[in-house]
Design a protein around this ligand. Structure first.
Ligand SMILES: *Cc1c(COP(=O)(O)O)cnc(C)c1O
Length: 392
């Protein structure tokens, strides 16, 4: 069979077998509605609460501070719209960054159309925010600071603890989208001063379509999904029991093995970065050299189109992603790469390779072997590259 190498773990992860096994009975055998008072319902109610407890423990949170949602995007929507609506009498100003996931950015843009004001903080060349700029952006009517824990494209990890302190000093609610960080960084919501946090199961070897919002006790937030009394009246809808059970199992596995996971991924990441930057001329790393996710490699290969790279890599079985949003029908380069100061041209040559638990050293070496000749071949067809070479 043709070799296949999956290096797109930031897009989604395969579900672990232990997770699937744990979920299966809840589709047909243990199928009750958790709201029913009979035994079919009750046993599912306790399965949900068990999961909630497991996840809470991995975050040093309380069980009753975990609220399940239909994914990371819903959790982001809830955090932002929910606070905006709860605190509209206090103020209508929100602070976020230019490099957030679209679930945060587009929610903020929606609120801007509805009378709210949003400050989008800049980031430096590594993708880090400036804490002084954050302090300067705070106003008497600021109700929420929403800053992602780790970036999904370039892997940069923000100074979350320092942001938590600033938010607290100013009595502002602090939300973080930790979808990429969870399972890759040790998170203690109390130590970090986080009030609201979004997580998603399918980025940590769990099922798709399930996420959660951590809500610190006492945080003012309105529901956005109205209906039944599920999730302590804060998120209506019959619970996705198999997915919740799977999320719990995936969290447990991720948290037990986190030290090994981090050191294995960091080793493979640095092997890939070094291999590619040594073998290919005109390549540089995007994001911070050390304050970055253990499994994230994002590089710019100059004088090449990321899209043609993706196609060539796909032909040799390597699956990864690029920094331009051509898939969505537009030719706009990623807002994250623009925010760290790249030109359109350079940003188009970006490649994101994200490593996970099933990546082997062989996989990494295969990429280091396959990519350089592909780059060489594509560059031969690039008029720009001809000029550069001629100039040398
Ligand atoms: C994947 C992702 C999301 C969206 O989560 P879904 O569960 O896919 O809705 C949000 N934020 C970040 C940073 C992500 O990587």
């Amino acid at each position: 069979m043709k070799k296949r190498v999956y290096l797109d773990y930031s897009a989604t992860t395969p579900m672990k077998k232990e997770v699937l096994d744990e979920m299966l009975p809840f589709f047909n055998v243990q199928f009750g509605n958790p709201s029913s008072i009979h035994c079919f319902g009750r046993e599912n109610k306790s399965a949900i609460d068990k999961s909630r407890g497991i996840i809470a423990k991995t975050l040093n949170a309380r069980t009753e501070e975990i609220f399940f949602t239909g994914g990371g995007s819903e959790a982001d929507n809830w955090a932002i719209k929910g606070v905006a609506s709860a605190l509209k009498d206090k103020g209508k100003h929100i602070i976020t960054t230019k490099i957030e996931h679209h679930a945060v950015l587009h929610t903020c843009e929606y609120l801007e159309k509805n009378g709210y004001e949003v400050t989008y903080l800049n980031v430096d060349q590594y993708g880090l925010i400036d804490l002084e700029e954050l302090k300067a952006a705070i106003r008497p009517d600021t109700i929420l600071i929403s800053i992602m824990f780790a970036n999904n494209e370039i892997g940069t990890i923000q100074p979350i603890k320092e942001i938590g302190v600033i938010a607290k000093e100013n009595n502002i609610i602090f939300h973080t989208d930790a979808v990429q960080a969870y399972g890759n960084v040790v998170i203690d919501v109390n130590e970090l001063g986080i009030d609201l946090m979004s997580l998603s199961a399918h980025k940590i070897y769990g099922p798709k379509g399930i996420g959660l919002l951590y809500i610190r006790k006492g945080t003012k937030i309105q529901p956005i999904i109205h209906g039944g009394a599920q999730e302590r009246r804060r998120r209506a809808g019959t619970e996705n029991v198999p997915a919740i059970v799977g999320f719990g199992k995936a969290s447990e596995i991720a948290s037990e093995g986190i030290e090994d996971h981090i050191s294995k991924l960091t080793y493979l990441r640095d092997r890939l970065i070094n291999g590619l930057t040594e073998k290919i001329p005109y390549v540089f790393l995007n994001g911070h050299p050390t304050k970055r996710l253990p499994g994230n490699v994002n590089i710019c290969i100059q004088y090449i189109e990321g899209e043609s790279l993706l196609l060539s890599l796909d032909m040799v079985g390597i699956a990864c992603s690029s920094g331009s949003a051509c898939t969505s029908g537009s030719l706009d380069p990623s807002h994250v790469l623009m925010a760290i100061g790249l030109t359109h041209e350079v940003a188009h040559g970006s490649l994101r390779l994200t490593i996970g638990d099933y990546t082997s050293e062989d996989d990494i070496d295969y990429v280091i072997e396959q990519l350089p000749p592909i780059v060489e071949r594509l560059r031969q067809m690039s008029p720009l590259y001809e000029k550069v070479k001629g100039g040398n």
